[in-house]
Write a protein that binds this ligand. Structure first.
Ligand code: IPM
Ligand code: MG
Length: 379
């Protein structure tokens, strides 16, 4: 094996990506589209069950727009672990073609095979979708009003350990090497989005999270580029923390109330947002937006929970994560009023009133009952 050649190829691929980022057009303007196509991908495990409930809620909120042809819901089949394993691809070609015909996507969780699983070791469909559609910003809000928590995470979504996550090298039986990639362009675009969000939402602080004391080259770049971007926002305070102490400070009852907006490399964002979601009631309660300039995808932050399906409990899975993702989708494509109504209904049903409770088991509400409960609370 010629490792020097493999490394050369990796570098060439990433340099080409940098050039593409330099050329990238501006954000798509949904208002100028005659029709917005919303693709719905059920995914695996509990995915189809919870995504169907989220689609039902969105169809209700956009009934008029669907009737007049301003919005179209389009089912995209075939993004299942069986089809992906059979095709030997993270996303089968026909699925990717269908996805690219849509403007935004509502997506259920898709199973990511691990080494040693019964499935071929293909790349995660999530990660592949983020790369294929260049969905560079993973925006994850976490709110716990009772604890004074109102955070929005801007997780970089295409770089860091994820860029080359499936292309590491086993140099010998004893030596394995992975690659971590951070670019100026990739960092600047996520930082700008975070600061712009802070500016237009009256937030006073943006917190940069890295481990730049140890991972000096890549995290060093991420930190420096974020600080450069921060200079364009003199009214917003910037602080920077290392990821280890940051995980601790999310549990510090006084300190955590001061945080508002976070910007961080992919892997730290992956980990920190699970911790944050746990404070809100678990990963089943959190939605996630994957935003690019041309496409956007809205999904749950959790996995496909195959055990629930094996145990016959799919109908009892909590659809709130995908419904919340649906509310973010509405807001993203310009239906703010409908989005706010849905956010309000979600808050009422999951926090304030809780007339129905989902336990994930018989005895608790089913996903369909909970979606009905939410729909009956949309004013
Ligand atoms: C997430 C998930 C994904 C990730 C997995 C399912 C590939 O954990 O969206 O946070 O690692 O990004
Ligand atoms: Mg994660």
């Amino acid at each position: 094996m010629d490792y020097a050649k493999q490394f050369e190829d990796i570098v060439a691929g990433q340099l080409a990506r940098v050039e593409k980022m330099k050329e990238a057009a501006d954000f798509i303007d949904y208002e100028t589209l005659g029709k917005i196509v919303i693709g719905v991908i059920g995914g695996d495990g509990i995915g189809p069950a919870i995504t169907a409930e989220a689609q039902r809620v969105l169809e209700c909120l956009l009934a008029e727009e669907a009737r007049s042809g301003k919005v179209e819901f389009r089912a995209i089949d075939g993004c299942t672990i069986e089809r992906r394993a059979e095709a030997g691809k993270a996303i089968p070609d026909d699925v990717l073609d269908a996805v690219k015909q849509c403007h935004v996507l509502l997506k259920g969780p898709t199973t990511t095979p691990r080494k040693g699983d019964r499935w071929a070791n293909i790349e995660s469909a999530n990660v592949a979708m983020r790369k294929e559609l260049d969905l560079f910003a993973n925006v994850r809000p976490v709110k716990v009003p009772a604890l004074g928590i109102d955070w929005t995470f801007f997780r970089e979504n295409t770089e860091c350990l994820y860029a080359m996550g499936s292309q590491g090298l086993n140099i010998t039986d004893d030596l394995a090497v992975d690659f971590r990639v951070i670019t100026t362009q990739g960092t600047a675009r996520i930082a700008k989005l975070a600061y712009e969000f802070a500016k237009s939402n009256g937030k006073k602080r943006v917190t940069i999270v890295t481990k730049a004391n140890i991972v000096k080259t890549t995290d060093g770049k991420f930190l420096n580029v974020c600080k450069d971007v921060s200079k364009g926002y003199p009214d917003i305070e910037t602080d920077d923390w290392y990821i280890d102490i940051m995980t601790a400070k999310l549990l510090d009852e006084k300190r955590r109330q001061q945080f508002e907006v976070f910007v961080l490399p992919n892997i730290y964002g992956d980990i920190l947002t699970d911790e944050a979601a746990e404070l809100q009631g678990g990963v089943g309660t959190a939605g996630s937006a994957n935003i690019g300039k041309q496409y956007a995808m809205f999904e749950a932050i959790h996995g496909s929970a195959p055990r629930m399906v094996e145990e016959g409990r799919a109908a009892y899975a909590d659809p709130c994560s995908v419904i919340r993702a649906g509310a973010m989708l509405l807001s993203h494509i310009g239906y703010r009023k409908q989005a706010d109504k849905l956010f309000a209904a979600l808050d009422k049903c999951t926090v304030l009133e809780r007339k129905l409770v989902i336990t994930g088991r018989p005895g608790g509400a089913t996903g369909a009952q909970f979606a009905d409960y939410i729909l009956s609370n949309i004013e």
